[in-house]
Design a protein around this ligand. Structure first.
Ligand SMILES: [Ca+2]
Length: 187
């Protein structure tokens, strides 16, 4: 609670994750940033800077219900004081303007003494994929596979020994004329 005694400051940590991996098409995607004060003391003047990746438009940046302003491609969330053990979540939603990988870093700072600066930034990467490429390849493969199987079955039928051909022919005779007669009668 205080800076008195043998306090060791306030260890702020930040974790940034992408809510959606991958993103298919130029759809909005969201990063979630979580700031934790690992103590042991309370922190003052906590602030988060999040650099927006190039080639994106900011949709919204929220710390709780507060809007974090953007300035020159950097979103800044002034959190203020955080008691020991407190946690704050920030969401940053952007619109990608092209396909590819979007990586950016969020950094937390505090006016208090932070004894461990190695956990004060984190980055996340989102892969924005072209919806055309892979989907088209998959459908072509499926069609080719199906056609191949059909052709194989036809060849097997034509090349069957006489015994089998006779057996199949007998079955066809039993089925087809019945269907044909039914259609003729209807027409
Ligand atoms: Ca820290």
């Amino acid at each position: 609670m205080t800076q008195s005694g043998g306090g060791t400051g306030a260890d702020l940590s930040i974790t940034k994750t992408a809510d959606q991996i991958p993103v298919v098409g130029l759809a909005d995607f969201t990063y979630t940033i979580v700031v934790v004060n690992r103590g042991p003391e309370d922190a003052t003047g906590v602030s988060v800077n999040d650099e927006l990746p190039a080639n994106t438009d900011l949709v919204a940046a929220l710390s709780g219900q507060r809007i974090c302003p953007q300035n020159g491609g950097t979103v800044t969330c002034d959190i203020g004081d955080m008691s020991s053990g407190a946690q704050v979540a920030i969401t940053v939603t952007v619109t990608p303007l092209g396909f590819g990988q979007y990586t950016h870093t969020a950094t937390v700072t505090t006016a208090s003494q932070d004894p461990n600066l190695s956990n004060n930034d984190d980055e996340a990467t989102v892969d924005v994929q072209d919806p055309g490429g892979e989907a088209v390849d998959l459908s072509v493969q499926k069609v080719a596979s199906t056609r191949h199987r059909v052709v194989r079955r036809d060849r097997e039928l034509h090349r069957d020994p006489h015994q089998h051909r006779h057996g199949l022919g007998h079955r066809r005779d039993a089925v087809r004329p019945a269907a044909g007669r039914g259609q003729l009668r209807v027409r």
